[in-house]
Design a protein around this ligand. Structure first.
Ligand code: FAD
Length: 497
């Protein structure tokens, strides 16, 4: 006997086994039970007397596949411990799942004399594990079947879970769609994105447009939410850590955008038609008033002359009175411009829309359009209808001017530019251009170049100037441009005008 055994009285071994919470049994070399501890009786429901002398197979439910027992015994015969799961049956017939370890007890001559069995009822643990697995499977299949692209990203922005819809986006947005989408979100939201990220605040769905060369742009509504997972590693057992995840959902809103665009374009078409009708009516009425005023003035002068001579022209006075009444009637019939409220206008979209509407006209005239919108053009406060009329007028004028020249390039160059205090819209054509002496005159009321051999600049420039002036801006013809006519519109940004 060595020193350790002396220090630990033999009964302590027995007491330790007796009081252990694990179900412990000791069998002979044929698995016949020689000893069981109280925990064994508690777990199995059998009394010690019922167990002693019986094979451990008394617990077997016969559901456990044969191969498991064969492996168990093969292992034990090699004098190695075995650990595994068996389905056991309690005395009352209830089944439970046993996590069992069997260790051979080998004597001094190398023979297995006994076996030590220790097991735990792990039915509940197993049930929970299964439940988690089932839920995981359920979540995965739901996520996979969702019509929305979903990707779960870890702290390093690595995708740890995605679905079929997300994989489909690889063909559209590149090898890792999340990278493209997060970059686009950051561009759109700026500092707000970083703030949301730092404080793990959800970002509500943002409509993002992804342009692809030679193809229709793709529209996706992108939303971000964050959630935290409790870390599961052993080191997190006493000091639970939390791991943040970013959940990205992407919904194809192409169809919605197409519908919105159709509605917007139809609205713009109707608006421009209405503006044109009103402008035409105003011009007609103004012309009629102008025409009536001259003879009326002459008649009034004649009446004054007659009165001086002491003659009265009652019928003439009557005619003048009714003429004046007609004139007033005409003035009253002059349509007033609708009072449109100011709003933040995206000039790039507005110009693109007007150009789109003018496509049939441009195609018919064989005009090539070079449209260069400024990136990150700030919104300006203004009246959409008036801006649309302005742009339409300038585009119409340009097409008309290009049409006047039968030879040479037929090109319409439109661009927007962003400056510190204003934004600029320039529309250049390859028409005959405006002679230096008419550069300012073309913006004057009633000035027309129509009729002569010279080029014709539409009357609409007056209206155009009015619109620009009403927005505190400035319109002119670029004197440095010699390929045709280049009209520049400068519109001040809010607070800087
Ligand atoms: P059995 O007729 O017992 O045997 C099935 C197969 O096992 C045979 O084809 C044979 O290949 C092999 N086998 C059986 N006995 C031996 C042996 N002595 N030597 C070599 N091979 C053998 N089983 C449970 O179901 N639940 C338990 O909780 C459990 N605890 C055990 C604890 C200990 C300490 C030991 C040693 C065994 C334990 N067993 C337990 C195994 C049990 O003894 C039976 O082998 C098993 O229950 C299968 O029983 P059976 O009547 O279906 O088949």
């Amino acid at each position: 006997m060595n020193h350790e055994h002396d220090a630990l009285p033999p009964q302590v071994f027995r007491q330790a086994v007796e009081q252990a919470a694990l179900a412990i049994s000791i069998t002979d070399d044929h698995a016949r039970i020689l000893y069981t501890n109280p925990a064994f009786q508690r777990v199995t429901g059998y009394s010690r007397e019922e167990l002693l002398g019986n094979n451990e197979s008394i617990l077997s439910d016969k559901v456990t596949p044969r191969i498991v027992y064969e492996t168990l015994w093969a292992q034990l015969q090699r004098q190695r411990a075995w650990n595994g799961m068996l389905v056991n049956r309690r005395r009352d017939g209830n089944r439970y799942l046993a996590d069992l370890t069997i260790t051979p007890v080998v004597d001094g001559e190398g023979h297995t004399t006994h076996y030590l069995g220790m097991h735990r009822d792990v039915t509940e643990v197993h049930r929970l594990e299964r439940q988690v697995q089932n839920q995981k499977g359920l979540i995965e299949s739901v996520v996979d079947a969702a019509q929305v692209a979903i990707a779960l990203l870890d702290e390093n922005d690595r995708v740890v879970l995605d679905n079929q819809e997300y994989k489909k986006l690889i063909g559209v947005l590149g090898r890792e769609p999340s990278v493209t989408v997060l970059a686009a979100l950051k561009t759109k939201l700026g500092a707000a994105f970083d703030q949301a990220r730092a404080s793990r605040r959800a970002i509500p769905a943002q409509d993002l447009r992804f342009d692809r060369p030679g193809q229709e742009p793709r529209w996706l509504a992108c939303a971000v939410t964050w959630f935290e997972e409790q870390e599961m590693g052993a080191d997190a057992f006493y000091e639970p850590g939390r791991r943040p995840y970013l959940l990205l959902t992407l919904q194809d809103i192409g169809e919605l955008k197409r519908q919105q665009e159709t509605i917007r374009m139809n609205g713009l078409k109707a608006l421009l038609a209405e503006q044109e009708r009103i402008q035409g009516l105003r011009e007609t009425l103004a012309g009629a008033i102008f025409q009536l005023e001259a003879p009326l003035n002459q008649m009034e002068a004649a009446i004054k002359l007659l009165e001086k001579r002491g003659e009265t022209g009652t019928s003439l006075s009557e005619a003048v009175r009714s003429g004046r009444a007609t004139l007033e009637g005409l003035r009253a019939a002059m349509p007033v411009e609708a009072d449109e409220a100011e709003q933040a206008v995206d000039l790039n979209t507005l110009v693109a829309d007007v150009l789109k509407l003018a496509t049939p006209q441009l195609l018919a005239a064989g005009v090539v359009v070079d449209w260069r919108p400024a990136a990150d053009l700030p919104l300006i406060d203004g009246r959409t209808a008036q801006f649309s009329t302005l742009v339409k007028q300038l585009v119409d004028n340009a097409i008309e001017a290009i049409d006047e020249r039968r030879d040479g390039r037929r090109e319409l160059r439109v661009c927007t530019q962003s400056h510190a205090d204003r934004i600029e819209l320039a529309i250049a054509d390859t028409g005959p251009g405006v002679p230096e002496e008419w550069r300012f005159k073309v913006f004057e009321p009633f000035f027309t170049t129509k009729g002569g051999d010279e080029q014709h600049v539409g009357l609409g420039l007056v209206v155009a100037r009015e619109v620009v002036a009403r927005h505190g801006g400035f319109i002119d013809i670029d004197p440095a441009y010699h390929d045709g006519c280049r009209v520049r519109v400068q519109l001040p940004l809010k607070g800087t005008s």
